[in-house]
Design a protein around this ligand. Structure first.
Ligand SMILES: [Fe+2]
Length: 258
C-alpha cells in the first residue's frame, strides 16, 4: 500500500500572506514529506483576487495548483491567464466564464484530482454546489481515486453537509473562505477527511486579513469604509492529508498553524 501526502494551504491573503508562504512553504514541504501542494489564492492580491504576479509567487513558493472562490474575478488580469495556469475556480459559476472547476494533477504515477466549488449560504448567487461537485467528482473518479475538494463557503452547516454528501467518493473536503481555522478535523465513516475551515495564510494582527481600524469603524459607526490589507507578520494555516493511493481514502488529516 502506498500513500500520498497532500498539503492544502488556506487562503493566502495579500502581501503578508505571500511573504509567509514564500518563507515557510519550502520548509513545511520538506519537514512533512509533501508530495503535492494545493493553495487557495483568491485573496492573494491586495486581499481580493489574484494577479499573474501573485500567482507566479505562489508557484515559486512551491504550490502545484491554486484554488479560488468568490473573489476569483476581482483582479481583471485573471481573465487573460486563467486558462493557461493550474488554477481551479468554483465549478458552479456561469458556464460562459473562462477557467475550469476541476483539474487532474500528475504526481509521479498517481494523479490527484482537485475540485473547487462555492457555497450559496450568505454568499453571492451561484449554481448548485452539490450537483456541480458531484458531477466533477464523478468525472475525475474515472481517472483517479485521490480527489481533494475545496468548498469555499461561509456556513459551517453547508460545509459539513457537503463533506457527508461526498463521503466515500473523495479523499478530502476542506473548507475555505472564513479565514479562521476550525479545530474539527476528522475522517468521516466512508474515509473522507474533513475540516470546516483550513484558515488564512496572512496577517495575524487584522480582522480576517484587513486593517483593523476601518473594519472597526464600519461596525461601530455604520459608515462606508475602504478596507485595506493589514501589514505585519503573517501566520500559515494548512492541513496535511495522507491518502491511500489505491482506495483514495484518507488515512490521516493533521492541522498545521504556524
Ligand atoms: Fe472567499
Amino acid at each position: 500500500m502506498s500513500s500520498l501526502n497532500i498539503l492544502f494551504v488556506g487562503d493566502v491573503f495579500g502581501s503578508s500572506g505571500r511573504a509567509v508562504l514564500a518563507k515557510m512553504l519550502p520548509e513545511i514541504k520538506c519537514a512533512y514529506g509533501v508530495d503535492i501542494c494545493i493553495v487557495n489564492g483568491e485573496n492573494a492580491s491586495h486581499g481580493r483576487g489574484l494577479s499573474m504576479r501573485s500567482a507566479d509567487e505562489i508557484y515559486l513558493a512551491g504550490a502545484d495548483c491554486i484554488t479560488m472562490g468568490n473573489h476569483t474575478w476581482n483582479n481583471n488580469e485573471i481573465y487573460r491567464y486563467i486558462d493557461d495556469y493550474r488554477i481551479v475556480r468554483p465549478a458552479n459559476f456561469a458556464s460562459s466564464l473562462p477557467g475550469r472547476g476541476d483539474i487532474l494533477l500528475e504526481c509521479g504515477q498517481y494523479p490527484v484530482g482537485v475540485v473547487n466549488v462555492q457555497g450559496r449560504v450568505y454568499m453571492d448567487p451561484c449554481d448548485n454546489p452539490f450537483e456541480a461537485a458531484y458531477e466533477a467528482v464523478s468525472r475525475l473518479r474515472e481517472r483517479t481515486s485521490v480527489i481533494i475538494v475545496d468548498f469555499h463557503a461561509e456556513a459551517s452547516a453547508e460545509k459539513a453537509a457537503m463533506a457527508f454528501y461526498l463521503d466515500g467518493l473523495v479523499t478530502a473536503v476542506v473548507g475555505t473562505h472564513t479565514h479562521v481555522q476550525t479545530a474539527d478535523e476528522k475522517i468521516l465513516p466512508g474515509g473522507t477527511a474533513f475540516i470546516t475551515d483550513v484558515g488564512m495564510t496572512g496577517p495575524e494582527d487584522s480582522v480576517i486579513g484587513m486593517d483593523k481600524g476601518a473594519v472597526i469603524n464600519k461596525f461601530v459607526r455604520c459608515v462606508p469604509e475602504r478596507f485595506s490589507p493589514a501589514d505585519g507578520a503573517g501566520s500559515l494555516n494548512a492541513v496535511l492529508i495522507t491518502a491511500d493511493t489505491q482506495t483514495g481514502r484518507a488515512e490521516n488529516i493533521v492541522r498545521i498553524r504556524l
